[in-house]
Design a protein around this ligand. Sequence first.
Ligand code: ZN
Ligand code: ZN
Length: 189
Amino acid sequence: MDTRIDQVKPARAATLAGMAALTDTFDLGALGLSAGEGRRLALAVHGAPLDFGGQRYAVEPAPLPVTLDVSRMTGAGWALRLRLAAHLQGPCMRCLEPADPVIEVDAREVDRAGGGEELESPYVEGDALDLRGWARDALVLAMPSQVVCRSDCAGLCPVCGENLNEAPDHAHERDPDPRWAKLRELKLE
Ligand SMILES: [Zn+2]
Ligand SMILES: [Zn+2]
């Protein structure tokens, strides 16, 4: 039995950001669960910046706290649930000012190898769970189609690049068509 895991109490998850065991790979077997038993664990994984839409986003906090629910299924196998909330820090894709969206993840995996009904998780190898890889992939899947500083960000003026959030009345006068100018001259004569 891994005593370090026993010290992690789910009720304290919210305050564990800096204290949760840094666990990029989690040993499911060390929980010593028998069939039908489950545990909830407050853990943390190393983060790495995400490249998305041609921009780079830092993932905060680092290390990233995660909540892992582990259930040992009857027969052999694991039912797993991963929850986390990450702040992304990088440019708004419309106006390029800093954006800080919160991405929430609630992901599930089942791993039941052999026994006819095969259901293998790509993150489980024997009793070893690739918690870091799973958290990262789940985060990418939960990304919005566009990272913005706020949902109604007005973006940049396509003509001169001015930030339209700061200058809502910004507009360009259209150059009058030179042929109309000529016509007006003719009428005046
Ligand atoms: Zn913006
Ligand atoms: Zn402009």
